[in-house]
Design a protein around this ligand. Structure first.
Ligand code: ADP
Length: 410
């Protein structure tokens, strides 16, 4: 019997059988997929449990670390403040409150510092006039991730007091050594002045001779006066005044004093100011005096037709002022004694100019160095820390300068 002869019931039964077969097939597939899914779920659950375990352990470790850090912060003798990206103090440890004499949490750091801190001549160090001139050192580190900052605050009042005391003791010791030298320095011009003054007593002295002796007396007395003035400057030593002085102003003042002197001696004078608006902090009078002294020495070393260069630049957070001449230069022995009080090779010199200049540079946290050779001129470098107007960024500039000051000043 062919398909055309099959009756409808047979056809329906065939279809049903086929449908049943397909259904059984689908059921088997589904059962297989279900089993595989169950296996996957079991695998994932196991992985999740593992990850959860690790996470719990990490959380426990982090909690322990946070506790340790919190304890450490509380116990630290230095003040620590955490600032957010807007400069507001998010967190401060007890030492910060105790050093600053105020609870600074929630306050804007810059507002607090500008109302309570006064700058000192040492970059990065500030005085707190409200707290009996407590002195603090402030250093900052940027937090790259949050844009905030961590501020470290140290109470350096005692360290500064000891430093000042040590500097004063050093000066007193140096003064003691100098006393003998001074007596000698005073005796020579005094003896000469007495000699000329004695000659003036002679009634038979010709008029021309009388005038010459009178001039000599005045010259010797002026020399004595200069010597005593330099001695006093050296003895005072301190960099009084915490004024912020633009380097270009310092240069302009020195040029104003020096240009006529150079012109009179027919020495070319070249100025290059690359200080890019930088400033230094301290005593304007002392710094400009030190600079003019370097230039006067250069002028003294140059013959007519010589050349002196005055240049200022910035490097590593420090201002460097250079005075270069093409004069007679110095041998190594002279260079080794340059900064000794009373060391001079000039008949009219007091030998205190460079001792004072070095004292001034050191009192401002800087130094002076020299490069020279006989017949090859001399280059004096006066290096000073560039000033910052608020605690932000003070350390980046202070640290390299401190290193430089130690190797330049001796
Ligand atoms: P003074 O100028 O009174 O001699 P200073 O302390 O200023 O005292 O200088 C000490 C000595 O250093 C000078 O007498 C001189 O011998 C030497 N000196 C300083 N600057 C120069 C220079 N630019 N060139 C050569 N010698 C110098």
């Amino acid at each position: 019997m062919d398909s055309q002869t099959e009756n409808p019931q047979q056809i329906e039964a065939g279809r049903l059988a086929e449908a049943f077969r397909l259904f059984s097939q689908a059921s088997e597939d589904l059962a297989g997929a279900y089993t595989s899914l169950q296996e996957q779920v079991a695998g994932l659950t196991a992985e999740l449990a593992l990850a959860n375990g690790r996470l719990k352990q990490e959380i426990a470790e982090k909690t322990a670390l946070t506790e340790r850090l919190a304890l450490l912060l509380d116990a630290l003798p230095a003040g620590v403040a955490v600032l957010d990206a807007f400069g507001r103090v998010e967190q401060a440890n007890p030492a910060a409150a105790s050093i600053l004499g105020a609870d600074i949490e929630g306050r804007v750091w810059e507002e607090f510092t500008s109302s309570c801190l006064a700058p000192t001549t040492t970059p990065g160090e500030w005085e707190m006039p409200r707290l009996r001139d407590r002195r603090i050192a402030v250093t900052e580190t940027r937090l790259a991730s949050s844009g905030g900052r961590i501020v470290l605050i140290h109470d350096v009042t005692e360290a500064h007091r000891m430093k000042t005391l040590a500097a004063r003791n050093d000066r007193l010791a140096a003064m003691g050594e100098m006393a003998a030298g001074l007596a000698h320095q005073l005796r020579t011009p005094l003896a000469a002045a007495l000699l000329y003054a004695g000659a003036l007593e002679n009634p038979r002295l010709p008029e021309g001779e009388r005038t010459r002796c009178g001039t000599r007396v005045v010259e010797r007395l002026q020399h004595l006066e200069r010597l005593i003035r330099d001695m006093l400057t050296f003895a005072r030593g301190e960099a009084s005044g915490g004024e912020s002085i633009p380097v270009s102003e310092l240069m302009a003042e020195a040029v104003q004093v020096f240009e006529p002197l150079a012109r009179r001696r027919e020495v070319a004078f070249v100025v290059a100011d690359d200080s890019a608006g930088a400033a230094v902090s301290g005593s304007r009078k002392a710094l400009s005096g030190a600079l003019v002294n370097l230039m006067e020495n250069a002028l003294d070393a140059c013959a007519s037709g010589g050349r002196i260069e005055l240049a200022a630049g910035l490097a590593d957070g420090a201002v460097c002022i250079r005075v270069r001449d093409n004069g007679r230069g110095m041998d190594a022995a002279t260079q080794a004694r340059l900064f000794e009080p009373f060391f001079t090779t000039r008949a009219e010199g007091t030998g205190l100019g460079l001792a004072i200049a070095r004292g001034v540079a050191r009192a401002h946290g800087g130094g002076i160095e020299v490069e020279s050779a006989p017949g090859a001129g001399a280059l004096f470098r006066l290096t000073l820390p560039a000033v910052v107007t608020n605690p932000a960024g003070a350390t980046e500039q202070l640290q390299p300068m401190e290193r430089r000051a130690t190797c330049l000043s001796h």
